[in-house]
Design a protein around this ligand. Structure first.
Ligand code: NOJ
Length: 543
């Protein structure tokens, strides 16, 4: 496999609104990010993926863009953006921009023009259809944020299509004029010196609405090849697609280097295992055996073809320590265990802001404290269809997107040092106990565990390129595996339970001498035949 810089990189995701506010307006901003670059350098990350900072009416916190080549005033200016790129570069950090081109904002001039003037060239930038003879929507395709994907436009007497909010009209990728505009915009950003793109819901751009196809349409891969050729193909950039509908077979289409599409994709198969019938508002407990099967399948299937991205959480998902660990009694220990499990796998690891200090989910008492459009829409849709308030609040506490969006905890001062003003969303009240300042003071903190994991990836090519071999596949509590190449052999053992587990290691490992690379409990210099793993214990050893 040809080696690429992003193979041994670790990416840190910033949700700018919630990261650091430099001007006291209660909203994180670019200067705030710049002020924390030393912190990111200390952690050791190579790349920052920046959630959208473009001009936007913020119906979906910036995933609704009204100008791709301007910065939202609450985040700063284009000069701030240039300063960020420059300051990050000085610290060896590349900035990956979030490319949201499945849809725009309804305030984007293209849509404004399309709506105001049906004869304009921009009309066909979006997807318009007549009503059925009885006035109903052209089809029953649903919006991912609840309700129909079709919005009636009184002025034009037509429906337009939106897979997210009605303020996020979908671009019509069947129109080549759309490609040209988007590709020009991408090239403009590439010229600014960015490190790549994270491509928002990119598996939806091949949609064929009249056939009822939204994800993985036939035109998707030809479009990506075209995009690759017209933009980043000959540049050394990281590109990662958000692809909820990817199977390993599909992921290879995107990420096999010979196909010239993307560096890698985010797959969500392991995430949706705790959603009953694919519905995040019906959470169910994790079945570890199933979880291991899914992750192992991805590790093994992309072994020689394509590349994995590795993540536990992002701005749309609950906090990992709350989801798969234990946020109370074993918060520190389980957060380290989860980090070790992920960072020793093959692929590019992503850390979501605050994960490196073990930030937890938040459980606001009242719906009014929630800001996320998806959460608020679904509360309405679900309670109108008979789901109880109590059920929805519990589901929101478990899986709602605002779990990830409460502000970053920098210290134990007022508002956790995030802002001197009034934060746009309340903080998690546990910031006096969980914050960066304390983590940096404590050599045994989760932060230093992450730092060590990042450094290990750099010093051990086997972590980057070695084979992944699952161990104890049917064990319902332990996630263990080997990483192996012709030079090095690593064994990683993680207890996902709050109980002590008696471990019987397979014969080929027993009594082997080893060096402990990282652990959250004790060090071993020999692998014993029987080993009592304490709750959430985790260890990685080199044989
Ligand atoms: C996926 C993004 O991650 C999410 O935050 C956003 O709401 C949708 N795409 C729509 O852009």
């Amino acid at each position: 496999m040809e080696q690429r810089w992003w193979h041994n990189s670790v990416v840190y995701q910033i949700y700018p609104r919630s990261f650091c506010d430099s001007n006291g307006d209660g909203i994180g901003d670019l200067q705030g990010i710049i002020s924390k670059l030393d912190y990111l350098e200390q952690l050791g990350v190579d790349v920052v993926w920046l959630s959208p900072v473009y001009q936007s009416p913020m119906d979906d916190n910036g995933y609704d863009i009204s100008d791709y080549q301007a910065i939202a005033p609450e985040f700063g200016t284009m000069d701030d953006m240039r300063a960020l790129l420059d300051q990050a570069k000085q610290r060896g950090i590349r900035i990956v921009m979030d490319l949201v081109v499945n849809h725009t904002s309804d305030e984007h001039p293209w849509f404004v023009e399309a709506k105001a003037n049906p004869d304009s060239d921009y009309r066909d930038f979006y997807i318009w259809r007549d009503a059925n003879p009885d006035g109903s929507a052209p089809s029953d395709i649903g919006s991912i944020f609840g309700g129909s994907a079709w919005q009636w436009d009184e002025e034009n007497q037509q429906y337009y299509f939106h897979l997210f909010s009605k303020r996020q009209p979908d671009l019509n990728w069947e129109n080549p004029a759309v490609h040209n505009k988007v590709f020009d915009m991408m090239n403009w950003w590439i010229d600014q010196g960015i490190g790549g793109f994270r491509l928002d819901v990119i598996d939806l751009i091949g949609k064929e609405v009249d056939k009822g196809i939204t994800g993985n349409g036939e035109r998707l891969h030809p479009l990506l090849k075209q995009m690759n050729q017209a933009t980043f193909g000959d540049k050394d950039l990281l590109t990662v697609g958000e692809t909820w509908g990817a199977t390993p077979e599909i992921a290879k289409l995107y990420s096999n280097p010979e196909r010239n599409e993307l560096s890698m994709v985010f797959q969500f198969e392991h995430i949706t295992l705790t959603w009953q019938d694919g519905d995040k508002w019906q959470p169910k407990p994790l079945d570890l055996v199933e979880f291991k099967q899914v992750l192992t399948k991805w590790q093994v299937e992309l072994k020689n073809e394509g590349w994995n991205s590795l993540f536990w959480n992002n701005h749309d998902l609950p906090r990992v320590v709350s989801k798969y660990g234990c946020e109370n009694e074993y918060r520190v220990k389980s957060a380290k265990m989860l980090a070790t499990t992920l960072h020793f796998m093959k692929g590019t690891p992503y850390i979501y802001q605050g994960e490196e200090i073990g930030m937890t989910n938040v459980a606001f008492d009242s719906l009014e404290q929630y800001k996320d459009i998806e959460t608020l829409n679904f509360y309405k849709v679900k309670t109108e269809s008979g789901v109880s308030h109590e059920h929805m609040m519990q589901a929101i506490h478990e899986n709602g997107r605002d779990n990830a969006r409460t502000p970053m905890h920098w210290n134990s001062d007022n508002h956790a040092g995030f802002t001197t003003g009034t934060p746009w969303i309340e903080l998690n009240p546990n910031y006096p106990e969980i914050n960066v300042a304390d983590a940096l003071e404590d050599k045994a903190s989760i932060f230093y565990h992450y730092k060590q994991l990042i450094a290990l990836r750099k010093s051990h090519p086997v972590i980057v390129y070695g084979d992944f071999i699952p161990l104890l596949e049917n064990d319902p509590q332990v996630f263990a595996y080997e990483r192996k190449d012709s030079h090095q052999h690593i064994v990683v053992i993680n207890n996902f339970s709050n109980q002590t587990v008696e471990l019987n290691l397979p014969a080929h490992l027993v009594e082997q001498e080893c060096e402990t690379l990282i652990s959250n409990h004790q060090h071993l210099n020999r692998l014993p035949a029987r080993y009592s793993l304490t709750p959430y214990e985790s260890i990685a050893v080199k044989l």
